[in-house]
Ligand binder design. Structure first.
Ligand code: PTJ
Length: 248
């Protein structure tokens, strides 16, 4: 039961669906209670952004798709909020880009790791990494540092939707190309990203997939041009301007 019984035309449809999925995630033991607080914070920014994908976030989604397609080894990182909000959509993005899926938690427990792996499999995932935990992100305490050596440990490009700032910074300082989805353009995650997508994860993930499908036949040179043209600081400034001006 990850859907709700209200028509898609309802003006609050997306917001209600998001809340419902997060609540359901807590009930299933997938999302942490802190995840509810994180969601509330995100919603406030989304409200100020006009609850829509702004043009700079769409450009960022296209640049993220190009990075994923160019990567030697791309990994999509999944936490308790992402698993609740967009499980099938993350599976679709992995399929469109050839990326791996890895569960990577801020508040790691073996029960929640397994519940999320099972949830992703129910949504069509085949291989899900994260349980081996034989690699470490330098600079973080033990539990928060755990990754799979042949997953995030080995990746050159990592997509981290809705990440805690410490871990986003630590991943970026490992020299990885970091693609971040975060509704707060001032967060350390967004600030440390190679590509910050300032948008709601529920809109951004299918949008990156749509761009990846659109770019599937593009040459490496064309993909590189998209990557090179993207300006992270300009994208962050555009999002902050939208929040401060309310779109005026
Ligand atoms: O499942 P775990 O244990 O890995 O924990 C996940 C959370 C999200 C609880 C953990 O990483 C955390 O505490 O994160 P923070 O520090 O609260 O940061 C979350 C960031 O995501 C904030 O900047 C929010 O504005 C943003 N955010 C919240 N909901 C969304 C979002 N960004 C995009 N889409 C959302 N739906």
């Amino acid at each position: 039961m990850d859907e709700i019984e209200i028509p898609e035309s309802h003006p609050r449809y997306e917001s209600l669906l998001t809340r419902h999925r997060i609540e359901h995630g807590v009930d299933l033991g997938i999302t942490s209670r802190q995840g509810l607080i994180a969601q509330g914070r995100g919603e406030a920014y989304d409200y100020l952004l006009g609850e829509e994908t702004i043009p700079s976030a769409d450009d960022a989604a296209r640049a993220a798709a190009a990075h994923l397609l160019l990567a030697d080894h791309a990994v999509l990182s999944i936490n308790g909020n992402v698993a609740a909000l967009v499980p099938g959509e993350m599976v679709d993005l992995a399929a469109a880009t050839g990326a791996d899926l890895e569960v990577n938690l801020f508040n790691r427990t073996e029960e929640r790791m397994q519940a999320i792996v099972d949830h992703l499999r129910e949504h069509g995932a085949e291989e899900v990494k994260g349980l081996t935990a034989d690699g470490r992100i330098p600079g973080l305490d033990h539990e928060r540092a755990k990754v799979d050596a042949d997953g995030i440990g080995d990746a050159d490009v990592v997509l981290v939707p809705l990440e805690d700032g410490d871990r986003a910074e630590a991943l970026a300082s490992m020299g990885k190309t970091e693609l971040v989805i975060d509704l707060n353009p001032l967060s350390r995650s967004a600030q440390s990203a190679t590509v910050p997508i300032v948008d709601n994860t529920i809109r951004a993930v299918p949008n990156v997939t749509a761009h990846a499908e659109d770019l599937a036949a593009a040459s490496d040179a064309a993909l590189r041009e998209i990557v090179d043209e993207f300006d992270a600081d300009a994208a962050l400034d555009a999002a902050e301007d939208r929040i401060r001006s309310g779109g005026e």
